[in-house]
Ligand binder design. Structure first.
Ligand code: 5GP
Ligand code: ZN
Length: 115
C-alpha cells in the first residue's frame, strides 16, 4: 500500500469517522475540526492534489461533488450553508498529499473568498 495517510484511511488501516461512502468516494470527519461541521471528501484513488487529479481523471471531481451534494442535502447543510476548500500545494496550506475537499458548516466564516 502506498505510504499515504488518506489511502490508509480508505483501506481501513487507520480508523476514521465516516460520514459518507460509495464505491468511489469517502467522506470522514476531520481530526482537528475548524468548524462545527468539518468533513473531508476524497476519491478512493490516490492523486497528490487537485491539479494532478484533474490531469489524470477529471470525472473524479464530479464524483466527489456528487457525494458532497448528497451529504449536504442529507445533513441539511444546504439550508445552513457550507463551504468547500481544497488546498493545492504546501504553500497554499496543503499538509496531506492525497486530494481532499474540506466541507465546513455551522460556524461563521470570515470574508475570505468574497469579492
Ligand atoms: P490540508 O491541510 O492538507 O488542507 O488538510 C488536511 C486535513 O487533514 C487537516 O485539516 C487535518 O486536520 C486532517 N487530518 C490530518 N491527519 C488526519 C487523520 O489522521 N485523520 C483525519 N480524520 N484527519 C486528519
Ligand atoms: Zn493516497
Amino acid at each position: 500500500m502506498s505510504d499515504c495517510l488518506f489511502c490508509k484511511i480508505v483501506a481501513g488501516v487507520i480508523p476514521s469517522e465516516k460520514v459518507f461512502e460509495n464505491d468511489k468516494v469517502l467522506g470522514f470527519k476531520d481530526i482537528t475540526p475548524q468548524a462545527k461541521v468539518h468533513a473531508l471528501f476524497i476519491h478512493k484513488e490516490h492523486s497528490r492534489d487537485i491539479n494532478e487529479l484533474v490531469n489524470d481523471d477529471p470525472q473524479q471531481v464530479t464524483a466527489i461533488f456528487e457525494a458532497i451534494n448528497q451529504y449536504s442535502r442529507d445533513q441539511g447543510l444546504d439550508n445552513e450553508g457550507f463551504r468547500t476548500v481544497t488546498n493545492c500545494g504546501a504553500k497554499a496550506g496543503q499538509s496531506v498529499f492525497h486530494t481532499h475537499f474540506h466541507v465546513l458548516s455551522g460556524s461563521s466564516f470570515g470574508n475570505f473568498g468574497k469579492i
